[in-house]
Design a protein around this ligand. Structure first.
Ligand code: GAL
Length: 681
C-alpha cells in the first residue's frame, strides 16, 4: 500500500511519549500540577491525553462551562514543549445528566435500565446524549481547535457495548429494513426463520437479542452485532462533525482494545484518521514470555493494518502493573522498555501510558503510573520510563516509517462472530483468535512480521496469505483468494473454511464453498471435534506431530496429501494438503496442530518462496520499518536468557549508541535486550 512516510505528528519531529493525564482530579493542588510539568520533562514526556473523563469538570451544571483549568493546563504544557491530545469527555457522564435525562443511560439485555455510575455505558442512540455530546464537542473545538499545542482529538474512550432500549430497538429495525430492502421475505430467507416457525411478518416484531428473547436465529445475532458497529460509527460521526467543522486540520482517533469482540474495528477505523489502541498484555503469566509477546505483536499488527502505510499509536499501556486483572503482576525490570519498543517496531509512532500520575482514590488508585503516590522521580518505574524516553528520542528519525511485510493473516470480525455463534464443533471455544495468533507467531519466528487484515482488504503487495478458519466467506472473497493465488501467491487455509455465506447460510455442494474448493483442491467432508485431553497425530515431512481439538476429514479434489493422520478411523487420510493453482499454491491444514508443526509447515513454504530466514531462537523477534530511504531493524529479546542474533544482513548503525556495525556482525542480546539498527535501502 502506498505510504507517504509522514510522521503522525510533524509538530514533534519524532515519536510521541506520554499518556493519560487527569489534572481535573487535582484542581485543589496547584503545587502538584506545577510539579507534574517538571516531572514530565524529566521523564522525556512530550505529550499527554487530556480530559478523557472530565465532563463534570467541564460542565459541572447543565449549560455552565468551566474551561479555565483546561486553558491553563494546555498553555502550561505547551509552554514547556508538551503537546496535548484532547479528548471529548463522552466516556462517562455527570450525575446531573443521568438524573435529568434517563434515556442517556443504557438498557441492559435484561431489559433493565442502568442507574447512574460506571462508564462506557451510554445509550448510543439517545438523541439527548448525542445533542449533549455535540454541544460539548462544539465548545471544545471552538476553544482549542486552533491551539498550537493541541495535536489530535481523542474521541470518547474505548467504545463498546450495546443498548437495548426502545430507541435502539427501533433503530435496529430501521437498519434491518434498509439492509433487506424493506422486504421481510428477504430477511426471513437470510435468517432461515422457517426453522422452529420463527418467521417474521414485519420488521416491527424484531427485538434485540434480550436475555429472555431470541438467540437461536444466528443470522439475527450477526446482524445485531453489525448494527451495533454501524450505530457506534454513527455515534462517532456525531462526535466528529463539530470537531471537523471548527478544527478541520486536527486529526481524530479513538482508542481500540485488545482483540475486542464487540465492534468490527474495520468499520470503526473508517470513521477516524489515526488508529490508536490500549495494550495491556499479561506479561510474566503462566505462558512463556515469547507467547505473550507474539500475541501482543499480533494485536499491534492488527491495529497498524487498519490503515496500511500509516503509523499507528500505542495510546495506553501501563508503566508497571494494572489493577483490574485477577493478579496484577509488575513488569520485570527491563521489560517495559522492550514492550514499548515492540510497539514502535510494529509501526507505532507513539508510546503512551495509562496514567501519568496515580489518583488518590477510587477504582484506579493503585493502577501503575509514571508518578506514584510518593510523587518522586527516583522510583524504579519513573527511572525506566525516563530511559524509555531517552531511547525514543534516539529513534526520532524513524517516525513516519512503516513495516512492509510480504505476508498477511486474515482476521475478520464477521467471521469471528459467526464462529462464536455457530452451534457445532466445540461449544465453548473454537479457538479462532488463538489459531490466527498461532499462524502469525509461526511467521514471526521466521523473521516475517505479517499484517493482520480483514478478508475484504486488498491482497496487493503480499506473497503469502494465511486465512485460518475462514468459516464465513463474504461475497467475492473466494474469487479474490483464487486470483491472488493464480497470480503467484500462496494461500494457507485450515479446518472450518468456507462453510457459510455472509448471512451464515451453509454453502450447498460441499465445503469450502463459493468456489473455494477449486483453490484448495480438497473437500472438507466431516469435522471431528475431540474431547479435551484427546489427540490424534499427523505425519508430515517425515516428522510426527500431535493434533488435537479439531480434525477435519478431507476428500482430495485435486490436491496432494502432504501429511496424513496416524490414528483413529481416519488414519492414513490427508491432514495437510498442497495444491498448485495457477502460478501459486494452496496449502490446507486440516487439524489443529501445535506451534512447532505450524512452524515447520511455514518454514517449508518460506523456503520454497525464498522468503525470510531460518527459524529464530524462541523469544527473538525481528521487525523492520522502512521509509523509502532507510530500513530500521528491531531485534527484540523476549526470552528469559541471552540470545544470539543472526548476522546483520547489511552495514548498519546502532541507533542508540551510534556505533557502525559491519555486515556479517554477530551480536548477542541479554535477557529483555534489544538492538535497533538503521541501514540504507
Ligand atoms: C483502559 C482505559 C483507561 C484505564 C485503563 C486501566 O482500558 O481506557 O481509562 O481504565 O484501562 O488499565
Amino acid at each position: 500500500m502506498a505510504s507517504s512516510y509522514t510522521p503522525l505528528f510533524p509538530q514533534l519531529n519524532g515519536l510521541l511519549h506520554g499518556g493519560d493525564y487527569n489534572p481535573d482530579q487535582w484542581l485543589d493542588r496547584p503545587d502538584i500540577l506545577e510539579k507534574d510539568v517538571e516531572l514530565m520533562k524529566k521523564a522525556g514526556i512530550n505529550s499527554v491525553s487530556l480530559g478523557i473523563f472530565a465532563w463534570s469538570a467541564l460542565e459541572p451544571e447543565e449549560g455552565v462551562y468551566t474551561f479555565d483549568w483546561m486553558d491553563q493546563t494546555i498553555d502550561r504544557l505547551y509552554q514547556n514543549g508538551i503537546y496535548t491530545i484532547l479528548a471529548t469527555p463522552s466516556g462517562a457522564r455527570p450525575a446531573w445528566m443521568d438524573e435529568k435525562y434517563p434515556e442517556v443511560r443504557r438498557v441492559l439485555p435484561t431489559g433493565k435500565r442502568n442507574l447512574h455510575g460506571g462508564r462506557h455505558n451510554h445509550c448510543i442512540t439517545s438523541p439527548v446524549y448525542r445533542q449533549k455530546v455535540r454541544e460539548m464537542n462544539t465548545r471544545l473545538a471552538q476553544r482549542y481547535g486552533q491551539h498550537p499545542g493541541v495535536i489530535l482529538w481523542h474521541i470518547s474512550n474505548e467504545f463498546g457495548g450495546a443498548c437495548c432500549c426502545d430507541l435502539c430497538r427501533k433503530k435496529f429495525q430501521d437498519w434491518l429494513r434498509e439492509r433487506y430492502h424493506n422486504d421481510i421475505g428477504q430477511l426471513n430467507h437470510a435468517w432461515w426463520t422457517g426453522f422452529w416457525s420463527h418467521t417474521f411478518d414485519s420488521f416491527d416484531q424484531i427485538d434485540p437479542p434480550m436475555d429472555q428473547g431470541e438467540h437461536s436465529v444466528l443470522g439475527m445475532l450477526l446482524d445485531w452485532r453489525r448494527f451495533t458497529t454501524a450505530n457506534t460509527a454513527d455515534f462517532i460521526r456525531n462526535e466528529t462533525e463539530p470537531l471537523q467543522q471548527y478544527a478541520p486540520s486536527l486529526p481524530v482517533t479513538t482508542n481500540f482494545m485488545w482483540l475486542f469482540g464487540g465492534l468490527d474495528y474495520n468499520e470503526i477505523a473508517k470513521e477516524i484518521d489515526v488508529i490508536s489502541w490500549d495494550a495491556y498484555p499479561r506479561w510474566h503469566n503462566e505462558q512463556p514470555l515469547y507467547a505473550v509477546a507474539s500475541e501482543t505483536a499480533f494485536n499491534h499488527s492488527l491495529m497498524r493494518s487498519f490503515k496500511r502505510g500509516q503509523p499507528f499509536m500505542l495510546m495506553e499501556s501501563t508503566p508497571s502493573k494494572v489493577n483490574w486483572m485477577p493478579y496484577n503482576k509488575l513488569k520485570r525490570p527491563g521489560l517495559h522498555e522492550l514492550a514499548c519498543l515492540q510497539a514502535i517496531a510494529s509501526g507505532s509512532d507513539t508510546v503512551q501510558y495509562f496514567q501519568f500520575r496515580m489518583g488518590r482514590g477510587s477504582f484506579e488508585q493503585f493502577h501503575g503510573a509514571v508518578v506514584d503516590h510518593t510523587g518522586r522521580d527516583d522510583t524504579r518505574v519513573f527511572q525506566e520510563v525516563s530511559e524509555t524516553g531517552q531511547t525514543l528520542k534516539a529513534l526520532s528519525n524513524l517516525a513516519g516509517s512503516v513495516p512492509s511485510p510480504r505476508a498477511a493473516v486474515i482476521y475478520d470480525w464477521d467471521n469471528r462472530w459467526a464462529i462464536e455463534d455457530m452451534a457445532g464443533a466445540a461449544k465453548q471455544d473454537k479457538k479462532y483468535n488463538e489459531t490466527c495468533i498461532q499462524h502469525f507467531r509461526a511467521m514471526l519466528r521466521l523473521g516475517e512480521d505479517p499484517d493482520v487484515i480483514s478478508s475484504t482488504e486488498s491482497f496487493e503487495g503480499y506473497d503469502l496469505i494465511a486465512a485460518p478458519m475462514l468459516y464465513l466467506l463474504k461475497p467475492g472473497v473466494a474469487q479474490r483468494l483464487k486470483d491472488f493465488t493464480a497470480a503467484g501467491g500462496v494461500v494457507v487455509t485450515t479446518w472450518l473454511t468456507g462453510y457459510v455465506d455472509e448471512s451464515t447460510l451453509a454453502f450447498l455442494g460441499g465445503f469450502p464453498g463459493d468456489g473455494l474448493m477449486e483453490l484448495t483442491g480438497v473437500e472438507a467432508a466431516e469435522l471431528d471435534t475431540l474431547y479435551p485431553g484427546q489427540s490424534n497425530r499427523i505425519r508430515w515431512n517425515g516428522k510426527e506431530y500431535p493434533a488435537a481439538e479439531f480434525c477435519e476429514l478431507l476428500t482430495l479434489r485435486g490436491a496432494k496429501a502432504a501429511g496424513t493422520y496416524l490414528e483413529d478411523f481416519y488414519a492414513g487420510q490427508p491432514a495437510v494438503t498442497v495444491h498448485p493453482y495457477g502460478k501459486g499454491m494452496s496449502v490446507h491444514i486440516a487439524a489443529r496442530v501445535e506451534d512447532d508443526c505450524l512452524l515447520d509447515i511455514y518454514a517449508d513454504i518460506f523456503k520454497e518462496r525464498h522468503m525470510g530466514i531460518k527459524a529464530l531462537p524462541l523469544g527473538l523477534e525481528i521487525h523492520s520499518r522502512v521509509d523509502g530511504e532507510k530500513r530500521y531493524r528491531f531485534y527484540l529479546n523476549f526470552s528469559e536468557g541471552k540470545v544470539k542474533l543472526p548476522s546483520v544482513p547489511a552495514k548498519c548503525r546502532d541507533m542508540i549508541t551510534g556505533e557502525e556495525i559491519p555486515v556479517g556482525t554477530v551480536r548477542e542480546l541479554d535477557c529483555y535486550g534489544f538492538l535497533v539498527t538503521e541501514e540504507e535501502l
